[in-house]
Design a protein around this ligand. Structure first.
Ligand SMILES: C[S@@+](CC[C@H](N)C(=O)[O-])C[C@H]1O[C@@H](n2cnc3c(N)ncnc32)[C@H](O)[C@@H]1O
Length: 441
């Protein structure tokens, strides 16, 4: 009875759906709080909870899940970096990119964003990051910027050498440049006054919180996100939140494992318009490569004035291989004359890749290619899948084969040039670029 009432209160105040963390977890949190308050009678605690805002705050602190780590899921940060370099910066060379990390927990996410942007070559004065969470305890830790091994779960820890100082006891202190780039805000997503006077954002990370919310909490959050954006923007959700229903203005970005959505500018958001816009976006992304030349100039200029340890080389960003330049996996045209079942295999491989089932997708592509050895599209798909798994070498070989089989394969050439550039083969990339230019004429 009291348990149900407390669960209802938590649902109403912070959107928590008790089923997501389990009633037992909530019961344990309540027992802990009762012990801390020196109470043994649940009825007395329930009365206290309803009348004491600080006690409600304490209980909330006990039930929230602050689980997070640096560069969690990696690909969202890869996509962010490329979005900034290839799209945002060329259009807004003198503007400030506004980013929100919501919720930010103990700070690993917003600090990862700051590092990703610095490594993209953005001048620190050209971006600002707000980071909000309900938990005062988590925010206090975030502001200290001292982290232990649980915060470093990604395999690639090169960034730790560059931005942290090792302290005693396996702890690491984040440097002042990165710490200074994040502005922490305490607040409850469900409060109507939350972030109400904020200047709109260009990019919002809202990861791994909707999974804990009930329907009303999720739909409130989606409305909030819509309001916090400018007319356009880029939204990142957590990997288990990618099925979240979003307004029509939000279009899924087809970058495997990034779980990103573009908010596009459509005053009257009908499905028809969305589809048209989506087509436009896909072809725009295929043209992204053209803009990269300009971007390189901007990036190099910015780098010299930004930070002493810029990292554009692939060695310093190895796992970013991901699928950095994956255009739409589905944008690849179907195979030339495959048998029906083989063609179905390739479609299945694309779908698996889109869903992030990369090993299975790679296997299917290889099987397909063993029966259709001259299919350039299949090699491009396989290359994209390898890229998403971080295997640049295999990816490059696949793109190489695709462009050997079909010398004017535009996507294949784009991927090949970018991979060559990323591993420092500037001469090789230049040759491929010239082939691309010939196609574009
Ligand atoms: C699992 S962490 C996610 C952190 C980060 N976004 C990530 O993906 O690594 C969830 C965070 O949501 C916060 N949270 C839960 N309910 C909230 C609410 N109603 N308003 C603001 N923050 C909330 C918790 O305090 C916790 O720090």
């Amino acid at each position: 009875m009291i348990q149900a009432a407390i669960e209802a209160l938590l649902r109403q105040k912070i959107g928590l759906d008790a089923l997501t963390i389990g009633s037992n977890t909530i019961a344990r949190a309540v027992n802990r709080r009762m012990a801390d308050c020196g109470l043994t009678d649940a009825n007395v605690y329930w009365t206290k909870l309803q009348t004491s805002a600080p006690e409600l705050e304490e209980l909330i602190e006990t039930v929230v899940i602050p689980e997070t780590w640096f560069f969690r899921d990696r690909e969202p940060f890869v996509f962010l970096r490329h979005y900034v370099l290839l799209e945002w910066l060329p259009k807004n060379p003198a503007k400030t990119l506004r980013v929100l990390s919501l919720p930010c927990s103990t700070g690993e996410e917003p600090f990862s964003i700051a590092i990703a942007l610095l490594e993209a070559g953005l001048n620190p004065i050209n971006f600002s990051i707000d980071a909000a969470d309900i938990s005062k305890v988590a925010l206090k830790k975030a502001q200290r910027g001292v982290y232990g091994k649980n915060s470093f779960r990604d395999k690639n820890l090169d960034f730790r050498d560059r931005y942290f100082t090792e302290l005693a006891g396996n702890l690491y202190q984040l440097n002042d440049l990165v710490r200074g780039k994040v502005n922490f805000i305490q607040g409850n997503i469900l409060d109507n006054s939350f972030l109400v006077n904020q200047i709109p954002y260009d990019v919002i990370f809202c990861r791994n919180v909707l999974i804990y919310f009930d329907d009303a909490g999720r739909s409130h959050t989606v409305q909030l996100l819509n309001r916090l954006f400018k007319r356009t923007g880029l939204l990142f959700l957590g990997h288990s939140e990618s099925g979240q229903k979003l307004p029509n203005q939000f279009i899924a970005v087809r970058h495997s494992l990034a779980f990103a959505y573009r908010k596009i500018d459509i005053p009257d958001s009908t499905q028809v318009q969305v589809k048209q816009e989506q087509t436009k976006i896909n072809s725009t992304r295929i043209r992204e490569y053209k803009r990269a030349e300009n971007t390189d100039k901007v990036r190099n200029n910015k780098f010299s004035s930004v930070n002493s340890k810029p990292s554009t080389s692939p060695e310093k960003y190895p796992r970013e291989a991901g699928n950095s330049q994956i255009l739409s996996v589905r944008a690849i045209a179907p195979a030339a004359h495959p048998s029906n079942s083989a063609s179905a295999d390739l479609d299945t491989a694309r779908r698996l890749a889109d869903r992030g089932q990369l090993q299975e997708a790679a296997k299917l592509c290889e099987t397909y290619l063993s029966q259709n050895r001259t299919n350039a599209d299949a090699y491009v798909l396989l290359g994209q899948v390898y890229q998403a798994t971080g295997d640049r070498q295999q990816a490059e070989q696949s793109f190489q084969k695709a462009t050997y089989l079909k010398p004017d394969h535009y996507e294949g050439l784009i991927h090949l040039a970018l991979l060559k550039e990323e591993r420092g083969d500037i001469a090789g990339a230049a040759i491929v670029r010239r082939r691309i230019q010939r196609i574009e004429k």
